[in-house]
Design a protein around this ligand. Structure first.
Ligand SMILES: NC(=O)c1ccc[n+]([C@@H]2O[C@H](COP(=O)([O-])OP(=O)(O)OC[C@H]3O[C@@H](n4cnc5c(N)ncnc54)[C@H](OP(=O)(O)O)[C@@H]3O)[C@@H](O)[C@H]2O)c1
Length: 284
């Protein structure tokens, strides 16, 4: 059995490698792929095979996927560039006749209207058209999207957003990576997992939790979508990323990042990490 993890230089990819090892997959059966193998240098002694995988370079994909039974295909990180990049990945997987490909998509991909989702929808369609056995790992928001910003929230005493009273089923990267691996190891193809935390929260509730645990007042400042876009632009987000991220809050407001399936905790066989635990760890 050979299992390839793409984007293994990233945070989710690294956690997936750790989860594979924890679940007893022999290191020699794992291929960790990344654009810059120096980021994986600390794995050299583990027995995990390291291979260059660059979604913009089909030659690297052909080489990395040769003989692969399963591929954990982690989405690339630049919205707008991902459709051709992901097409390269799917074409190479098809040419190599990989046994199963599991893709990290976005929650509620079947119904979402978020601009950020368009690359994922195109990728899901290309995967379906490939005829390969596919597993869709539709991720909700990482809890870390918010907890990484806690220092800034505390400094400003506020969280700016445009999400209104919409609920986010936040889940930790580690939980998602562990569940991705569980699905990858057991799936046969055709599975669709809608993955979110057991609990959901509004951004007002997020602010209240940070206030409660830090002892410092943090308020949620809800803005119209375009005003929030201007805030994102003023802190340096280039177009069209400012618009795409402001629109994510519009999507949250409309319930598009609420996930009520329980798929994530079912895959984990335990409850998901809570907002309370994530805030506590971030403040520690
Ligand atoms: N659900 C959420 O809340 C959420 C939040 C942020 C992102 N995401 C998505 O989930 C993915 C994984 O998240 P993460 O936390 O691991 O992000 P991350 O730490 O930023 O890692 C992104 C990974 O994608 C790789 N990558 C980007 N473009 C690539 C390309 N053209 N060819 C090959 N590899 C490429 C990066 O490689 P390098 O190391 O070479 O840069 C890196 O390994 C992201 O890429 C993004 O699509 C989800």
């Amino acid at each position: 059995m050979t299992i390839v993890v793409t984007a293994a230089t990233g945070q989710l990819g690294r956690l997936a490698l750790e989860a594979l090892l924890r679940k007893g997959v022999p290191a020699g059966e794992i291929v960790a792929g990344g654009r810059d193998l120096s980021k994986l240098a600390d794995l050299a002694d583990t027995g995990i095979q390291l291979k260059v995988i660059d979604y913009d370079r089909p030659d690297t994909l052909a080489e990395a996927f040769r003989g692969a039974d399963k591929v954990l295909f982690i989405s690339a990180s630049e919205p707008g560039r991902r459709i051709p990049q992901h097409k390269n990945v799917i074409d190479a997987a098809k040419a190599a006749n990989v046994g199963l490909i599991a893709y990290t998509s976005i929650a509620n991909a079947g119904t979402t209207t978020m601009k950020l989702a368009s690359d994922h929808l195109a990728t899901e369609a290309a995967l379906k058209a490939s005829g390969l056995p596919v597993v869709l790992l539709r991720h909700g928001w990482y809890l870390e999207v918010y907890t990484a910003q806690i220092p800034g929230y505390l400094e400003r005493g506020s969280i700016a957003g445009a999400a209104g009273g919409g609920r986010v089923s936040g889940a930790s990267r580690a939980d998602l990576a562990e569940a991705d691996v569980e699905a990858l190891l057991n799936a046969e193809g055709g599975e669709v997992y809608e993955m979110g935390g057991d609990e959901s929260f509004t951004l007002s509730e997020l602010a209240a939790e940070i206030s409660r645990q830090s002892g410092r007042e943090v308020a949620y400042n809800d803005l119209p979508t375009d005003e929030f876009r201007q805030v994102l632009s003023s802190i340096g987000l280039p177009a069209p990323l400012d618009e795409i991220l402001a629109d994510c809050d519009r999507g949250i407001r409309d319930g598009e990042l609420h996930v009520g399936t329980g798929d994530l905790s079912r895959l984990l066989g335990r409850p998901t990490r809570s907002l309370e635990e994530a805030v506590k760890a971030a403040l520690a």
